[in-house]
Design a protein around this ligand. Structure first.
Ligand SMILES: [Fe+2]
Ligand SMILES: [Fe+2]
Length: 303
């Protein structure tokens, strides 16, 4: 990690780019349901020839709902980790605790942002969309792999959001501006989180030693495997939501194609965009070159 990523500099940047919830949502700032919400690289609806254009848009929006719900869930799960690493210790960098407090406050705000977007979605979308749960049990399972494995998972999520914004701006100009604003504002603050979490991971890994780092990498892969089973369940819930929204049941072959394409699309959105991310791989490689090699080995299945 270079000196550029000091707690002091990251805090200064966080304060400069900080935004308020009311700047992003509320009043006339609403989602436009005549447009798609997610970039095609995440939604992967274009190749589903058995859906017409309106149905593809509905599926894109259902996937948008899943995105909001997943980030709300994941950020609720990782907030206690950030809180636990905020208190000051003797001999620490004087900027560490203020930077971590800012990090925690921003994640609490993001949870509220995703919750409010989801509420707006639910009020306007024509059918109720299912989401995996219960959130408490999912969070407990993710946290059960230990602090260091969780630190790697948090790092992965932070880096994934960087790709999410880059793909939403580079991609289709027809995306709903309000959803794009969500991705952009989240990215703005997450960019500091990704670097802060790399500092925290390095501190924890140095204290723990190489054997525990190896164990944590295995724990992280187990978390990834668990998340993948949730994504598979979510694919089935999204199919049910789509069938309700379009008022017809897809025939067997189309259901199979849906499940295969959408599960892989979700793998890329929530796992591949982190595992294949150069920033994430660099942060892991700085602590454990073998760990980086291990992740590079499993990553292609999620991309
Ligand atoms: Fe966040
Ligand atoms: Fe974050």
């Amino acid at each position: 990690m270079t000196q550029m990523h000091s707690y002091e500099r990251l805090l200064a940047t966080s304060r400069r780019v900080n935004w308020r919830l009311e700047d992003i949502i509320g009043g006339d700032k609403k989602m436009d349901f005549s447009r798609p919400f997610l970039p095609e690289s995440f939604a992967r609806v274009d190749g589903m020839d058995f859906l017409d254009d309106g149905e593809k848009r509905l599926l894109n929006q259902i996937r948008g709902h899943g995105y909001l719900a997943m980030f709300e869930l994941v950020e609720r799960c990782i907030l206690p980790f950030i809180d636990a690493h905020t208190p000051s210790r003797p001999d620490q960098d004087e900027w560490r605790t203020p930077a971590m407090s800012q990090f925690a406050a921003e994640e609490a705000k993001h949870i509220e942002l995703f919750t409010r977007f989801r509420r707006d979605f639910t009020e306007s979308f024509e059918v109720e969309c299912g989401f995996v749960g219960p959130a408490e049990a999912i969070g407990a399972e993710i946290r059960s792999h230990g602090e260091l494995a969780l630190a790697i998972f948090v790092l992965a999520i932070e880096w994934a959001t960087q790709v999410h914004y880059a793909e939403s701006v580079r991609g289709d100009p027809s995306l709903d501006p309000q959803f794009k604003s969500l991705l952009r504002h989240h990215w703005l603050e997450e960019s500091q989180h990704a670097k802060l979490d790399a500092l925290v991971f390095r501190e924890l890994a140095t204290r723990a030693g190489p054997e525990q780092v190896d164990a944590a990498l295995q724990g992280f892969l187990a978390i990834g495997g668990y998340v993948d089973t949730l994504l598979k369940q979510q694919t089935a819930l999204d199919l049910a939501s789509l069938e309700k929204a379009i008022g017809r049941t897809l025939p067997g072959g189309e259901r199979d194609a849906f499940s295969q394409i959408q599960h892989q699309a979700m793998r890329w959105t929530f796992l591949g965009s982190a595992l294949c991310n150069p920033g994430f791989l660099e942060a892991i490689g700085a602590v454990s070159p073998d760990g980086r090699a291990l992740i590079e080995q499993v990553a292609p299945a999620f991309c």
